[in-house]
Design a protein around this ligand. Structure first.
Ligand SMILES: [Mg+2]
Ligand SMILES: [Zn+2]
Length: 218
């Protein structure tokens, strides 16, 4: 299967140009991220413009740390604002060019960004909690399965999309994360398979430290 690396911004940053070609991705070294509320500030009124797309600096740095440690990073994001007419594909592409550039400047790489542009009534198979975006990532990376990959989100549906394909669920408290915990306290209850962290950076620190704790208490 061909390797597909989606580095679509026209000018590759220096760190990518100099870096030797990536190791083959593997499912157990893959972290899939929701976008809004995990990588960038979320908004209840949608992230509609490039100005409203505000990545957390600590999240960008965390993605770069993952890349540097040999992990593959991908993004799976519901963007129903497109179906709703709040912004268009060109605006979304500009946000993702900025994201790629920021991560690249920090020395990291996002291998693939999978987008669901549909609305809740469109009957698509990619809108989380359905697993279509993650299947797209799996196929784009040439993986046979996502068993053992990590799925990081701030909403229950992110975790559900991942669990359908055998991903390990991580909830971060940024974005809608705190609200998700109020609505679904079972996610942080003893016996929950979901690990809860303050933010992406804290999860990445834990992951790269060797996952020594069985659970991270919120
Ligand atoms: Mg989110
Ligand atoms: Zn969709």
């Amino acid at each position: 299967m061909p390797m597909m690396f989606h580095v679509k911004h026209a000018t590759l940053c220096e760190s990518l140009r100099r870096r030797p070609r990536h190791d083959m991705p593997s499912a157990d070294r893959l972290v899939i991220l929701d976008r809004d509320g995990v990588i960038n500030r979320d908004s209840d009124h949608y992230v509609k413009t490039l100005d409203e797309f505000v990545p957390y600096p600590a999240a960008i740095a965390a993605i770069a740390r993952l890349s540097g440690a040999g992990w593959t990073v991908a993004v799976a994001t519901n963007q129903s604002g497109i179906a709703r007419g709040y912004y268009d594909g060109a605006t979304l592409a500009a946000m993702h060019r900025r994201l790629h550039a920021l991560v690249c400047d920090a020395g990291g790489e996002i291998a693939h960004i999978a987008v669901c542009p549909h609305g809740p009534d469109d009957g698509c198979s990619c809108r989380k909690p359905l697993p279509g975006l993650l299947e797209q990532i799996r196929d784009a990376l040439g993986l046979a399965s996502l068993e053992g990959s990590w799925m990081v989100g701030d909403s229950l549906r992110d975790l559900q999309a991942g669990e359908a394909l055998g991903c390990l669920p991580v909830l971060v408290r940024t974005g809608k994360g705190d609200r998700t915990l109020v609505k679904h306290p079972e996610l942080a209850a003893p016996g929950s398979t979901t690990r809860v962290f303050d933010d992406l950076a804290q999860f990445v620190d834990w992951l790269l430290a060797g996952q020594s704790d069985a659970r991270c208490e919120p």
